[in-house]
Design a protein around this ligand. Structure first.
Ligand code: KG4
Length: 333
């Protein structure tokens, strides 16, 4: 049942890490508002997210963001059909802010509460940019906290193919960036520095080359980079990060296409912060060939945002899958 003739209006909330976001999405496709407050400046001086600072900032910002999101569409609370929030994975203190806010709104308005897996929401992002959700697909999730490959059969049906055994790929970008003294978040800074590389003299070995292996691993590459810098202080940093980036991304592309070919599934989707990397997009395009489809969200939709939360939740809403007030947060997916 919708509040407005035929339209389902959802409010999504996100606070799992260092972005606070509130979004209004209609029918799981049309973004009316996607308000995002990034805490990057608050965490910059620590070169990483400080959980206590993050949860306090979420608490300070969330009410205002919700009001702005409603205002953007000239909506009132009473127009909402459901309210959704990320409840996993993430920082516990941070996750609680969006989930508790969603519970309060659900209780006050007597509308369904939907609690979603942040990783599944990332993999929904391309569907908010003009593509119809089509299952099954192979989904590669690449962010600061996760590197994992799934076969996604439908909403709530994510079958893990392989994940990192140590660092996430974004974390490796951040740590290399920190070691070199570039700053935080490291991904875009490393990508930009790598573009200056001209000589391509540094070569780090390929990671986990067995084609039957579905795992990812980044701590060895990160350590190799740090050791190389210690032993070769005169080497151009751009040469070093170029080779680091090539090896880090090459593993992602290899695993993605191997999974697609082995499963016979032609539709692939890449999402999460690292999917904003231009070189990754180039490598995928080169490997893609004409017959394979790879959806990657626009760089804005690669980062944490609440539109993807409201979007995937619509898929649950139309299936009458709701959550109770007993639903809790979890650091794990
Ligand atoms: O998905 P996301 O916004 O947040 C979570 O981790 O949940 O991803 C952030 C990660 C950071 O590690 C950041 O360095 C990385 O994505 N990142 C990139 C790029 N832009 C962001 N990594 C490589 N290249 C980029 N252009």
């Amino acid at each position: 049942m919708s509040n407005k003739s035929g339209q389902i209006i959802g409010l999504g909330l996100e606070s799992s890490c260092d972005e606070t976001s509130a979004s209004i999405v209609i029918d799981g496709r049309k973004i009316i508002s996607n308000r995002i407050y990034s805490q990057v400046e608050l965490h910059c001086e620590y070169s990483g997210v400080v959980p206590e600072i993050a949860s306090r900032a979420h608490l300070e910002k969330i009410n205002n963001l919700i009001e702005m999101a409603l205002d953007d569409g000239k909506f009132k609370f009473s127009d909402l059909d459901y309210v959704a929030a990320t409840n996993r994975p993430g920082l516990i203190g941070s996750l609680l802010i969006a989930l508790q806010s969603a519970k309060a709104i659900s209780f006050a308005l007597n509308i369904p509460l939907i609690a979603v897996n942040h990783l599944e929401a990332h993999l929904y992002a391309p569907f908010l940019e003009g593509n119809e959700p089509a299952y099954p697909f192979i989904g590669l999730l690449v962010s600061g906290g996760n590197t994992a490959l799934y076969r996604v059969n439908g909403p709530g049906e994510m079958i893990l193919i392989g994940k990192t055994v140590d660092d996430a790929v974004g974390e490796a970008f951040d740590k290399v960036s920190k070691y070199i003294g570039l700053g935080y978040p490291g991904g875009p800074l490393v990508e930009n520095l790598a573009k200056e590389s001209r000589l391509k003299k540094v070569f780090f070995p390929k990671i986990l080359t067995d084609p039957d292996d579905t795992r990812f691993s980044y701590s060895g590459l990160k350590t190799a980079v740090i050791n190389y810098i210690k032993q070769n202080p005169g080497q151009e940093k751009s040469e070093i990060v170029y080779s680091f980036q090539e090896r880090a991304l090459e593993l992602l592309v290899r695993r993605l296409f191997t999974a697609a070919r082995k499963s016979g599934i032609k539709k692939m989707l890449v999402a999460g912060g690292v999917a904003a990397n231009g070189r990754l997009r180039e490598l995928i395009e080169t490997e893609r060939k004409n017959y394979e489809e790879v959806l990657i969200p626009s760089p804005l939709m690669c980062t944490d945002n609440a539109a993807m939360i409201a979007g995937i939740s619509y898929q649950y809403y139309i299936r009458n899958i709701f959550d109770s007030f007993a639903t809790d947060v979890s650091p794990k997916p």
